[in-house]
Design a protein around this ligand. Sequence first.
Ligand SMILES: *Cc1c(COP(=O)(O)O)cnc(C)c1O
Ligand SMILES: [Zn+2]
Length: 501
Amino acid sequence: MKKNEFPEDIQPCLLPEPEPHDKMLYYCLGCHREFDILNLLYTCPECGGILLLRDKDAERLNKVGGKFWQRLFDYRKMLNHQALKGVFLFYEFIAPVIPLRDIIYLGEGHTPLVKANKCLRDYVGADFYFKHDGLNPSASFKDRGMACALSFVNYLARQKGMQDIIAICASTGDTSASAALYASYMGDKIKSAVILPAGKVTPQQLAQPLGSGAKVIEIPGVFDDCMKVVEALSCKYNVVLLNSKNSWRILGQESFAYEIAQGLDYDVEGKAVFVPIGNAGNISAVLSGFLKFFHAGVINSLPKIIGVQSEHADPVFQYYRETDPDKRKFVPVAVKSSVAQAAMIGNPVSMPRVIELVNEYNLSAGEQKVFVVQVTEQEIMDAMIVANRNGNIACTQGGESLAGLIRAMEERTVMPDEVSILDSTAHILKFAMFQNMYFNDKFTSEYNVTPKKEFSNVPVQISPEGECPLPGKPLENDALNRFVDRVAEEVARKLQLKKTT
Ligand SMILES: *Cc1c(COP(=O)(O)O)cnc(C)c1O
Ligand SMILES: [Zn+2]
């Protein structure tokens, strides 16, 4: 829609002006000091604590009135302006210091809410939706945060005349795919390097950064080890760190919460949002996003947030298992092989953010609204397979969300009359190898998964007698007819087709 066709009160706000950069600050969760955003910081220079970005003047957002924001965001969806088409549709709530000209948009965000069909509904015993974040450009939610982080780097590079930037990240697969994709769009300005645990990312995830031209470095160990290496590098060398330690990523990922609110016409009463937890950046962003919308009156209540972890990588679940907050103590766990490989993390970097935000969330809601549930590898796989047999494209982490919903219903954390939104964080195609292992009964014992026979699905081979077409040697005339008849007969037999009368 053209600008002059929008309602008159909306028109002046459609294209936002950036706020002065000192409106936003890094805030240290350890020592509570604040730092200027024009320095790229990943941890507190004073105490080493984890940072969050804060809008120093959030009050100006809260004063406008929620109704106005709802209308602005709904109208903005009809505006054709590249910079505001993705996660920056919610510009004012994400990073209102980045000029529109620096924003990088590759098609991220605005992923669909797909309602569970009747079969899935009956399977679970409640209504729910998948939000398919696998439909992002690099096929995972990581693009939301990367769009924000690299837009900021783009802005900073222009401001400071930075050249030859090297961006690095450790990854369970999807962060590197996303970082490499966005960096490749920026051309010569930035080169990306990714550090992966050898043999612990899927072939598809490995292909992605390679295709985007990133330097891919594989090291022994698991993700937690890669993270330590990247941290050491970012302390000593001049590199841009793109892990979720980089708080600009958290801001972009808040869009997941904003889109859920918008997709439900801002009515989140009686809703529960399920998020698989790995490094805990995503759940931090979801909590922060709903909180910001709540404080600004864009939503009138806070939905339940339910984090899900596999029993093979469950440090956050273990932390909240202790009900007395004073007795809680965070202890990293040693992870075991998990089909939810993207969440296979024993020492989540964002744990301090989780602790802070969960506290604030429950306080703001006036009751406990954040929960963490634990599921088995078996439950994750069964849930993913069932979801995808009913019209979804859920990855193993999406299966983890669904398994989490089933667990939460059993524990009565979520009631049958509540409606859930499940984060399917990536596309199944990235995790096809786990589907293969399930269908072909190829899980090694470390996973503890026994495929259900009734779900198995493998290709059926037909090898007809007689002449067959070969590449470059097609059959013709009678030979082709004989081949088609024989194969058609065989297919009809396999499918038990009935003849037309
Ligand atoms: C990164 C990732 C997760 C875990 O998200 P965190 O922010 O690390 O908790 C879950 N699923 C997929 C597909 C991911 O790529
Ligand atoms: Zn500090």
